[in-house]
Design a protein around this ligand. Sequence first.
Ligand code: GCU
Length: 443
Amino acid sequence: MTLFLKLGGWLIRILAAVILLVMLTNCTMLGLNYASLDVDNKPDARPQIEATTLAEWESGRDALIETFEDLVYGPWPEGQAVTLVSRTMIDEGFAGGRGTLEELLIEVGAGDGARRFHVALALPDSDTPVPLIISQTFSSNCGAFPGATLTAPGGGDCADHETVPGFVEAIFGEFIALVPIDQYFDRGYGYATWQAGEFIPDRQGEAQTVMNTMVGDGVTAPTGTLAGWGYGFSAIIDALEGDPSIDADAIAVMGHSRHAKSAMVAAVYDRRIAAVVSHQSGFGGAAASRSDTGETVERMVEGARALGVLRMEGYPHWFAPEFADYASHAEDLPIDQHQFIALVAPTPMLLGNGRRDVWSDPNSTYRMAEAADPVYELYGTDGLDQDGMQDFNAEATLSYFLRPGGHSITQRDIDAFLEFLDAAMPQGNQVPDASNGDSLPSQ
Ligand code: GCU
């Protein structure tokens, strides 16, 4: 009898492990599959971008943005007031005395619909204005800079707040939350990070309720969080405007996964953004919406059931409600994401990918970049200048990077980000020396 019970217990455990494995594989968190490198045997991106001159492209740009707003992302939250509520010095000798860490509290909107969020801003000591990377993440600022006395989610001090558990780093990479600030400081970059969910919660239902309050005279409320979160990047740029320690012409936005999607949205609307690091943006980012690998409109907005039992939530709140209309017939979407990439042009953009991150669809991402390339070229840039998915060219204006591995942020990614940013924002490739004002080339 005891043996029977023991066996039963083990069977249940094995079944639970298999279910978990299937779920994780389904979202390729574990990445048991890998992306095809063949891009020539797939259908062409449609509709084809017809513009043959820059004037022609630019004359249609606003209408194309409107179509993306109507069908995919909802409106950009135009007209929202931005207030820098406070800016507090947290650590004057941050990163072993190499710079400072400050905390900004930013308010977007006014009255009952006003939203507040904290930004952790790390700046290297420098006599000249520094280029800045603004990163949006799922992580709290406590997870980004462990040990710093920043404000924890929901108030209170980071000291009492749990940071990211080890197993999350094991699956999603060493730098999924942690910011390797020394590496950014080594190359002269300042780094600002913020948790998107503090601004607009990342929960179906709650997100819409919050967005519905962001109304007012002459103000547009977002209907999808990607556009809402995208606006957060702009709010940070507004709040830092005129800061003499930051080079306003060298501000990059960065995000992973859902935050890579919103970084792209920001770059479409906010032309002050000098470069974009869009890492594993996948569906609703740089991957095709009508690809037969990776995520689908249906899965995105409706979620799924694993093994007919376990419910996996979708993310309808990221998009305009109208997007759900295409769940059962994505083929009828009149647009696709190559046009979205093209709307970012000519801003330099890095599209990061992992070969085993099939859920984010590295193959269709490359094809979308190829199809967007002519628009980058209309602006006189080199656009996507590489020979296939594995031929990373960090110096290209539209740069596609593929490494082995899954959905994560690893050292290899950070190296690629820095290589790209150094080329896109050459002001960054310096080691600032505050003592004598000289800059030394980085090693
Ligand atoms: C889910 C979602 C993806 C998204 C990812 C993330 O897997 O389906 O579209 O990119 O979450 O943000 O981590």
